[in-house]
Design a protein around this ligand. Structure first.
Ligand SMILES: Cc1cc2nc3c(=O)[nH]c(=O)nc-3n(C[C@H](O)[C@H](O)[C@H](O)COP(=O)(O)OP(=O)(O)OC[C@H]3O[C@@H](n4cnc5c(N)ncnc54)[C@H](O)[C@@H]3O)c2cc1C
Length: 412
């Protein structure tokens, strides 16, 4: 089995690369350990997982893994044909974003500091689209299944990878062997390919878990994404179709355990209080689940005959909703270099891979540094920092060009 490119990992990012290369003339193989379409690896599940929630929400079968997809990622998914496979009635547009700093110390209301962005101010139709992980996985896999230049091997597990100057040889656990000019590691945060290529760095544990769940609310969200930066965590409520919202609450591991142990009613009461009852009363519609958060910055994202994309190449805090978007930008860049490689017939050429590495560096570091900085600035009790961050947030809100600059990167 000889291919130009073998992609290991068929999650959102790996699948998006395979789809983007459908008319490239390259022969591709996709090796996926799981049986797709499936949802993300099982997180720890909590509140509502085994109480009356299941019966109460049978008609409300929403995935608690939700992504804010940037307009740039949307265009990328449109080009490959994946976007048109999505059920539009399950997608919500974010027309406005409201970010709140610390509460006002005298009233304890979230009127202390605020930063607002709107699609209108930015001159775009929407700031992001909110959609479900499994719906997007399914849409991408629909495209892959009709792709002539792609062999899908799944479920298949990798056993060994030999990298030489001429080619890469991948052996699967069932004994099959694949040779390729280029191996793409799209196998997620604990990437096997990354290890095999000898690329490593120590991850920084954020000491936080992202607790996710979906709710229905008595007040309308009006297409507004809300985010509250609080010393003990960062709470985001993203609009879903109808009067539903999706939560990502980044809190300490202990607090995350506490939240997962609550009943559905108790969790709703706590989320409602932490969000200052902005959306009225809340009702849980999917069980809560938690994901550990970490930062991983690699010294390089390519090696001899290997390129890394998505979470295999970088891990970042979800506070800016940029993890998978950054991964799509990796896939977009790599696909572009492979398609436009001109006279170079070798798609695993060392120079091409160095160019990929160089072109992706700035975007990845900017996103990682921004999310790391914001998390540390806000999840901190120091009174001086408290004052500085609130003054900063309000000042940024007043300076239109600065706001535009901040947002432009996230729209890509
Ligand atoms: C709480 C939380 C909220 C988030 N919210 C957002 C958001 O709103 N917007 C956003 O942009 N990002 C968000 N992210 C980040 C986003 O979830 C990840 O960046 C994204 O899922 C990474 O996709 P991926 O395809 O690179 O990796 P994965 O989704 O991990 O896919 C990897 C795939 O590789 C397969 N695999 C693994 N090992 C092997 C192997 N050895 N052989 C073959 N196959 C293998 C796996 O089965 C899997 O299918 C969030 C993250 C968290 C934790």
């Amino acid at each position: 089995m000889q291919y130009d490119v073998v992609i290991i990992g068929g999650g959102l990012v790996g699948a998006s690369l395979a789809a983007a290369l459908k008319d490239s003339g390259l022969s591709l193989a996709l090796v996926e350990a799981g049986a797709y379409p499936h949802s993300n690896p099982s997180p720890a599940q909590g509140a509502g997982a085994n109480d009356s929630l299941r019966e109460a929400s049978l008609d409300d079968d929403w995935d608690s893994r939700i992504y804010a997809i940037s307009p740039g990622s949307r265009r990328f998914l449109e080009q490959s044909g994946a976007w048109s496979q999505l059920d539009k009635s399950r997608i919500a547009a974010v027309e406005e974003m409201r970010v709140f700093g610390d509460p006002n110390p005298s009233t304890m209301l979230m009127t202390g500091s605020k930063l607002e962005f709107s699609a209108y101010q930015m001159g775009v139709a929407e700031l992001a689209c909110i959609l479900e992980n499994r719906a997007l996985q399914h849409a991408l896999w629909q495209v892959l299944q009709q792709q002539d230049n792609l062999a899908i091997l799944q479920p298949a597990r990798c056993a060994a990878l030999t990298l030489s100057d001429q080619a890469a040889e991948l052996t699967l656990e069932d004994g099959r062997t694949l040779t390729a000019k280029l191996i793409v590691g799209a196998d997620g945060r604990d990437s096997w390919v990354r290890n095999q290529a000898g690329i490593s760095a120590a991850p920084v544990d954020y000491q936080q878990h992202g607790v996710v769940a979906n709710f229905s609310c008595t007040l309308r969200h009006r297409g507004i994404a809300h985010q509250w930066f609080q010393p003990d965590g960062i709470l985001a409520l993203l609009p879903l179709p109808g009067n539903r919202v999706s939560m990502v609450w980044s809190v300490s591991p202990d607090r995350s355990k506490e939240l997962l142990a609550l009943s559905a009613e108790q969790l709703c009461a706590q989320v409602s209080a932490a969000s200052q009852h902005t959306l009225g009363d809340m009702q849980l519609i999917t069980p809560a689940a938690a994901f550990p958060l970490r930062l991983l910055t690699l010294p390089q994202i390519s090696a001899n005959r290997v390129a890394l994309i998505g979470d295999a190449a970088h891990n970042m805090h979800p506070l800016a909703g940029q993890g998978v978007n950054t991964g799509f930008r990796d896939a977009r860049q790599l696909a572009k270099l492979l398609i436009d490689r001109g006279g170079c017939s070798d798609c695993g050429d060392a120079q091409l891979l160095r160019r990929y590495d160089r072109k992706r560096r700035e975007d990845i570091y900017t996103m990682q540094a921004t999310t790391y900085g914001l998390k540390n600035l806000f999840c901190n009790d120091d009174p001086l920092l408290r004052t500085l961050r609130n003054v900063g947030l309000n000042a940024t809100n007043q300076i239109a060009p600065l706001k535009k600059l901040l947002m432009q990167h996230a729209l890509n």
